[in-house]
Design a protein around this ligand. Structure first.
Ligand code: ACO
Length: 428
């Protein structure tokens, strides 16, 4: 491998160092490009731009590999719990039993939200989208915990903010769901583990705890683990860039939640189920919809298909597809949209349009079917994605701060008007 890359501008040559990551990813370090040459790079959508060096998540989209801190996603999904993975992502290593107990206890102690927060829930119209509520409520945590505004907290202070956010998000998410039903809020209980507590607050009744089927607890753990991090995607980059201005953690995560909402990103899980329902209600003619997705004059896309980085099977989609079959079978549910999803996948994967563009099902293609089987309404799906992604966002934000990264501020190539003289309003 060469140690430098040379850029030639006219008869001048400039050498730039080549950087290699631990998984042999290669980059040209152009951090001095503008100083040396006066040029910047242009890369809309950052398709070729590495924004940081990160030690959290590795993914190889060509062969479909995903690892958190070096551990394959398949092993984590099979053998660990969501809180173990959260600890791993945030602190870099798998916790010992003692560390895990301490982490779980700390989180249990902070699951209550300030009673004044209920007024926010009361203020939202009953039909407001859960993601809009989530983003606002998470940002509002900065008002309840103003110590988080300090951009240079001690590690202990920062740990407290992390714990509070992890703990309170599950309460906020379940209360958003209760609000959508017009049902009373269920308070968190320390006797439950993280996932059971969340499910109890979501599906429990006021007077008695609901008995949560262990199948559902396991499925929820797997879904949360699979969503826990995915390196520099749209929402994570948003979290890092907002945090780079020394903005507090709550506001940075709130911005990430907004970025996740879009149907091209985390909102795809809702869009997939809506699309599958539409195909079912239209008579289930899968070929017709595949043709629509291929038609350049039609804006319809197969939601849950394609990915910026994966040009092979998304390993998370493989795990979710299998989990989907298992869970529906164990719960005795027969969901007709699962058949449509499978047929759609089969047709698309053998169609030259999808094959040549390397478009495969992504994590969102089957996740919605599981969420639905677990009892969640469609509008809650992206909120559940956010609940899973939270540890990843926190880990990435923490890494950005620990690396002392500068404020994120891309350049542009200006293509607008030049030098116009102001003309008064009556003379235009
Ligand atoms: N259906 C039909 N055609 C598609 C699809 C799709 N789902 N995805 C990409 N293509 C086509 C594009 O039209 C384009 O074709 P062209 O070369 O003839 O112009 C080609 O494949 C490349 O697509 P781009 O949009 O350039 O790829 P990009 O990396 O910018 O977008 C994205 C990736 C946004 C995920 C895209 O594949 C998409 O819109 N998928 C559907 C939404 C979705 O499932 N999003 C969730 C992603 S996973 C996540 O964020 C959690």
């Amino acid at each position: 491998m060469p140690s430098t890359a040379t850029i030639q501008l006219g008869d001048q040559k400039f050498d730039f160092a080549i950087i290699e990551g631990t998984e042999n990813e290669k980059a040209i370090d152009i951090s001095k490009l503008r100083d040396l040459t006066g040029y910047v790079t242009l890369d809309t959508g950052y398709k070729n731009t590495g924004a940081t060096k990160s030690a959290i998540t590795f993914l190889d989209g060509e062969i479909g590999v995903l690892k958190y801190r070096g551990y394959p996603i398949e092993q984590l999904a099979e053998k660990s719990t969501f809180l173990e993975v959260a600890f791993l992502l945030i602190y870099g290593n798998l916790p010992t039993q003692q560390q895990l107990n301490g982490f779980q206890n700390q989180i249990s102690k902070h699951t209550l939200v300030d009673e004044d927060m209920k007024k926010f829930f009361d203020g939202f119209p009953s039909k407001s989208h859960p993601m809009g509520q989530l983003s606002s409520l998470v940002c509002s945590l900065s008002s309840f915990y103003p110590e988080s505004l300090n951009p240079r907290p001690t590690p202990q202070e920062f740990d407290q903010t992390i714990i509070k956010l992890l703990a309170k998000l599950s309460t906020i998410v379940s209360w958003i769901y209760k609000k959508s039903l017009g049902h009373p809020y269920i308070y968190p209980q320390n006797k439950f583990d993280y996932v059971t507590n969340f499910l109890n607050m979501t599906f429990g009744q006021r007077t008695e705890d609901v008995v949560i089927d262990p199948i559902i607890v396991d499925a929820m753990n797997v879904l949360l683990i699979l969503h826990a991090d995915h390196e520099q995607n749209c929402s994570t980059s948003t979290v890092r860039i907002v945090g780079s201005s020394d903005c507090n953690l709550y506001a940075s995560i709130s911005a990430g939640i907004s970025a996740l909402w879009g149907p091209l990103h985390g909102g795809a899980n809702q869009a997939v189920i809506e699309m599958l329902e539409q195909i079912k209600n239209d008579g289930g003619d899968v070929d017709k919809w595949v043709n629509k997705a291929k038609d350049p004059s039609d804006s319809f896309r197969l939601m849950g298909f394609g990915h910026r980085v994966y040009k092979n099977f998304d390993p998370r989609a493989k795990i979710i597809k299998k989990a989907c079959d298992d869970i529906l079978e164990k719960l005795g549910i027969n969901d007709p949209v699962l058949d449509i999803a499978k047929k759609l996948e089969e047709v698309a994967l053998s169609d030259p349009y999808f094959v040549t563009r390397k478009l495969y099902p992504n994590v969102d293609f089957y996740s919605g079917i599981i969420y639905r089987a677990l009892g969640f309404p469609t509008e809650m799906f992206t909120v559940l994605f956010a609940l899973g992604r939270l540890p990843g966002w926190i880990a990435q934000w923490k890494e950005m701060r620990e690396n002392k990264e500068p404020i994120g501020r891309p350049r542009q190539i200006y293509v607008g008007e030049v030098d116009r003289d102001f003309v008064e309003i009556g003379k235009r």
